[in-house]
Ligand binder design. Structure first.
Ligand SMILES: CC(C)(COP(=O)(O)OP(=O)(O)OC[C@H]1O[C@@H](n2cnc3c(N)ncnc32)[C@H](O)[C@@H]1OP(=O)(O)O)[C@@H](O)C(=O)NCCC(=O)NCCS
Length: 190
């Protein structure tokens, strides 16, 4: 478990399909990822997907998903993952979603991501964490900047956006371990 101030992060478990099914098929929640209808996957397909992921006994697989809970009552409120781990280059990317709309904007996203980034740098021994995000997702960009990510550039037509049925630019951001260690200090001092 990864413990934050008001959240707990744990690995994916069988049974998580109950809320992943709801979250992933909720168009409004998936819009930021370009899926305004959700992913339209059955609960059984999601369950099988979970089983195939957790059948891997490697403590450090190339990608891994996690669920975010509120510490106060252990209610599931969102998800986190890392992927694209390139061991030689010591980098990976991540995804975060506070999936319960009523729990957004309450500090849980920042709390979870702060501890997840720290976990990734320490545990995977990374040199860099990178991300791409839809160009109009200002809320997420604000959070990433707040945690020290730098906007490196725009990837033109980097994503096919089902909201518009057209290609959309995406923003590329990253943070180096040295930058994180500095940022972490300034964030904990507040
Ligand atoms: C983006 C997201 C992870 C942020 O988590 P959150 O719990 O809602 O945000 P927090 O309350 O922790 O806020 C942290 C910072 O994010 C930014 N932020 C949060 N809500 C915002 C809003 N409505 N408008 C602009 N910036 C916002 C602010 O910088 C905020 O810091 P501040 O409170 O000091 O101003 C969450 O809203 C979410 O999951 N959204 C939908 C999915 C998504 O967009 N995922 C990212 C895909 S790249």
């Amino acid at each position: 478990m990864i413990y934050g101030k008001n959240i707990v992060i744990r690995q994916l478990e069988i049974g998580d399909e109950e809320y992943l099914y709801k979250w992933w098929n909720y168009g409004e929640m998936m819009e930021h990822a370009g899926f305004p209808y959700g992913i339209l996957n059955s609960k059984e397909a999601i369950r099988k997907n979970i089983i195939s992921e957790i059948e891997c006994y490697d403590a450090f697989p190339e990608k891994k998903r996690f669920i975010i809970f509120k510490k106060v009552n252990m209610e599931p409120i969102g998800e986190l993952n890392y992927s694209g781990w390139r061991k030689r280059d010591q980098l990976c990317e991540f995804g975060i979603k506070i999936c319960e709309a009523s729990e957004q904007g309450l500090g849980y996203g920042q709390d979870a991501l702060y501890h997840f980034i720290d976990y990734l740098f320490r545990t995977l021994n990374l040199n860099k964490i990178e991300l791409t995000s839809m160009i109009d997702n200002k809320r997420a960009h604000n959070l990433y900047r707040k945690l020290g990510f730098k906007e490196i550039g725009i990837i033109r037509d980097g994503f096919f956006d089902s909201r518009t049925g057209a290609f959309s630019d995406v923003i590329y951001m990253d943070i180096l371990k040295s930058e994180w260690l500095e940022k972490r200090e300034s964030l904990t001092q507040k």
